[in-house]
Design a protein. Structure first.
Length: 176
């Protein structure tokens, strides 16, 4: 599989524009003197988180969480592989996710952040795959809504490949 088999769904320019708009929304909503703790969900959110927080004007701290599905188990059963290390101290948290599809992973991370002492948890996602949603999750900031397609690029991968593409793309179907 090579990059020439990927169709651009959301261009780098569209991502840049939307990130600037999202940062302005977040700044507007978080004008208190509290530091906003931004928690990225590894690995996919890394590019989105980095580009988003560079645009924020409110004070931020950054940490990470990681979840994965148990191998061979029923969908929705998740293992928390990494919990944030920052002391939330009853401060607001912005959960930054690359894509939300079924909703199970983000729901699990919200529970972890709440247990960890977050005063509030606002969910921010680059991509919202609404047609794939199985459970309801509260999303405050959405970059783009997309159809139920497998996407790569800008942090999203296929077997760890294509994360570094500067756009979000859809892999072309194999012919024949």
């Amino acid at each position: 599989m090579t990059e020439d088999r990927i169709d651009v769904l959301i261009s780098q320019a569209e991502i840049d524009t939307r990130l600037t708009e999202m940062a302005a929304e977040i700044d507007r909503d978080h004008t208190t003197s509290d530091t906003l703790i931004c928690v990225g969900v590894l690995k996919g959110s890394l590019f989105f988180l980095a580009d988003l927080v560079r645009r924020l004007r409110v004070p931020v701290e950054i940490d990470f969480a990681q979840v994965s599905s148990y191998r061979g188990s029923v969908r929705g059963r998740l293992e928390v592989k990494r919990r944030p290390e920052i002391d939330f101290g009853d401060r607001p948290v912005l959960l930054v996710e690359d894509i939300i599809d079924s909703g199970y992973s983000v729901a699990a991370v919200i529970d972890v952040l709440t247990e960890h002492g977050a005063r509030s948890v606002d969910v921010c996602t680059l991509l919202d795959k609404v047609p794939a949603r199985e459970i309801d999750v509260p999303i405050r900031y959405t970059g783009f809504e997309i159809a139920d397609a497998f996407v790569v690029g800008y942090g999203l991968d296929l077997a760890e490949r294509f994360r570094n593409l500067p756009y979000v793309g859809v892999i072309q179907e194999e012919e024949g």
